[in-house]
Design a protein around this ligand. Structure first.
Ligand SMILES: [Zn+2]
Length: 70
């Protein structure tokens, strides 16, 4: 088999859309700028272009908060 299963591909795309939607849940502390808050990629809505950017952003955010407390 050289071609990917179109059904699997559609399911993967749907899963991806869900992950991005979750990554872009409302954040009262953040304002919409039209660009990913982590890498600067253009976004139509939300704050991140992909779940990975959200994870990396939150990791940095947590590290900064931790530094302020310490
Ligand atoms: Zn990004």
């Amino acid at each position: 088999m050289t071609h990917p299963d179109p059904i699997d591909e559609a399911a993967e795309l749907e899963q991806r859309m869900i992950e991005i939607a979750l990554a872009n849940r409302e954040r009262p502390s953040m304002t919409f700028t039209g660009a990913c808050h982590y890498c600067g990629e253009k976004v139509d809505k939300g704050f991140f272009c992909c779940p990975e950017c959200k994870d990396d952003y939150e990791r940095i955010e947590r590290a900064q908060q931790h530094r302020k407390v310490a």
